[in-house]
Design a protein around this ligand. Structure first.
Ligand SMILES: CC(C)(COP(=O)(O)OP(=O)(O)OC[C@H]1O[C@@H](n2cnc3c(N)ncnc32)[C@H](O)[C@@H]1OP(=O)(O)O)[C@@H](O)C(=O)NCCC(=O)NCCS
Length: 207
């Protein structure tokens, strides 16, 4: 199932910034949606902290079952903490999708801290604003994380709700393979959510 994107080591670094032009005629889209818009995918910088925080809190409020963290935990965090999260030591990174100046999507990458697990990375915090979904942004963000991860770790892990069809489709299509189910991985109120555990194995990262 793994496509070419995870077939091995990348010969050269890809640019941090990619400009995506979408031209979607998907029947999921309301006719009022712009036919073509330029989207920039780039790594977030400390100056994006306020926009990132707004989007992150929106994501946690709108899709609590999709994230390990909660709105209640993150809303009180000072902007300085958010800025520090964005500026985390490379190769940890958060990528954003922008339409014009507006941050409309995001996806994070973090390497396990402990020495014996530092060959593994985690994709986390994938989100696209509801009015921008179905246009390929989720895929572009996940591709960016996979590409970045392939240059820094041997294994990339992710977890997705077993009933989250759009995210599962996205991850599977880009080469993630399931290796198990974590029963009752998350609890939101009185409801438990199972998660599918996923991985991509790369060749050795660049020295
Ligand atoms: C998951 C998410 C990031 C996908 O973003 P997106 O920009 O809509 O994704 P894309 O446009 O790239 O579409 C990716 C795939 O999802 C499918 N998809 C999009 N909307 C869908 C829907 N409503 N139902 C089922 N599949 C859907 C698309 O068909 C596409 O698959 P395809 O190429 O085989 O057709 C977005 O739905 C989201 O933010 N959801 C809430 C938060 C979340 O679940 N995050 C993931 C946590 S693991």
């Amino acid at each position: 199932m793994a496509g070419p994107i995870c077939s091995g080591r990348r010969a050269e670094a890809s640019p941090i910034v990619t400009v995506v032009t979408w031209r979607s005629t998907s029947d999921r889209l309301p006719s009022a949606r712009p036919f073509m818009t330029d989207v920039m995918i780039r790594r977030l910088e400390p100056s994006d902290a306020q926009a990132y925080r707004d989007l992150r809190l929106e994501a946690l409020a709108a899709s609590p079952e999709a994230f390990g963290s909660s709105h209640e935990e993150e809303a009180p965090l000072p902007l300085e903490t958010i800025r520090a999260r964005i500026s985390a030591t490379s190769p940890n990174a958060i990528f954003g999708a922008f339409t014009g100046d507006r941050l409309v999507g995001m996806a994070g990458f973090a390497v396990h801290e402990r020495a014996k697990a530092s060959h593994k990375g985690l994709m986390w915090g994938v989100y696209v604003q509801a009015d921008r979904r179905g246009l390929g942004l989720g895929k572009r963000l996940v591709e960016q994380v996979i590409d970045h991860a392939s240059r820094h770790v041997i294994m990339l892990e992710a977890a997705v709700g077993t009933t989250n069809e759009s995210a599962r489709r996205t991850y599977h299509a880009l080469g993630f393979r399931p290796y198990g189910i974590e029963r009752k991985a998350l609890r939101v109120g009185d409801v438990f959510y199972d998660e599918e555990l996923l991985f991509i194995e790369f060749g050795a990262p660049d020295p």
